[in-house]
Ligand binder design. Sequence first.
Ligand SMILES: C[S@@+](CC[C@H](N)C(=O)[O-])C[C@H]1O[C@@H](n2cnc3c(N)ncnc32)[C@H](O)[C@@H]1O
Length: 362
Amino acid sequence: MELLKPPEVSPKELYHLLQDLYTKTRLLYLLRSAIDLGIFEHLEDFKTPKEVAKEIGCDEVLLEHTLEALNKIGLLDKKLEDGDTLYKNSKIVQLYLKRDSQYSYLTPIKSMFKRLEHWRDGDVLRNKMVVDEREFFSEVVKVMAEECKCWELQKTVEYLSKFEEFKRAKKLLDIGGGHGLYSIGFSMVNKDLKCYVFDLPGVVKVTEYYIRKYNGKNVFTIEGDFYKDDIGRDYDIVFSSYNPGGRDPVIIEKIYRALKVGGLFVNKQSFPTSEDIGDILDNIEWNFFEFKGYKKKKFRYSFERSLQFQDYIRFLEEIGFEVLEVVSLEDILGYDLNRDTKIVVAKKVGDKNEGGVQEVHT
Ligand SMILES: C[S@@+](CC[C@H](N)C(=O)[O-])C[C@H]1O[C@@H](n2cnc3c(N)ncnc32)[C@H](O)[C@@H]1O
């Protein structure tokens, strides 16, 4: 009798949820297999599954289904010819998923799978990892370099280039500049500009690698810890991108002092607010590990003294900045992101000394 009594609610919602998650997870792993097997390396031109299977030493039927699945999610183009189905890389694959492409996105994808291992190993929920920030950032900036050169770098450089202050600038500090690609880009646009990438010892070795790789002219490194060390002075521009100190009042004041009057503080920064599932998962991931030297807050990309957006703007104005522009990174990139990232451009209009902020009249 018990057996014939249906549960109070049908399993419909659970069934659909599992189906959806299982489908997407399988696709993700299929994409990884395609990359690892080098399928995209073999599909610059139209080929049949049989030809590709032979070239990479793979089961023909499995490959036929795999290519069809990759076509369904927009990664392969398909055509029919003399009764055969042929596949070829879509434009997006040619640009971003080929090993030899200058816009190869394979390093960020690899890093994504590395992070997924922590999700698979649920033990991380019980035992947080403790990581050394220097080692962490030395790795992260390599991934960020490969990521930003696929669009964000060019769009950010283009955005900043429209400011007269940028065109006139002679000295720029890229604080927490990591790979240094932004500085390399800025110095290509403004030939009179000297860019100084300030970052932790160890990380600047990565910066130097990229300066050499892209033949960066007028780009220099300064080794240091912006919490402890002098960051220099008389800058026309201080640029900061995803800098853990970018929302910290202590660092903002330091930046203020390092700027010339009339100089710009350009900060590309995440100010997380929204609460959709992607954000919540990012919050979880953020808490998988602790840094040895930095105190994190519980929401992603937040540290001990990180200000929320409104408080951040108020603080800038209080210490003598005029906020010239606040733009959403999404508007600059031209597509939606799953993070609330803004670029805030603020001008140093006063010189804060013991008597308070003095307005500068031009
Ligand atoms: C998330 S990465 C951003 C890198 C680069 N600006 C970008 O947007 O791609 C943060 C950078 O801040 C640097 N950083 C963190 N703490 C620092 C400190 N105390 N002093 C100097 N640099 C620091 C890291 O080494 C890293 O390069």
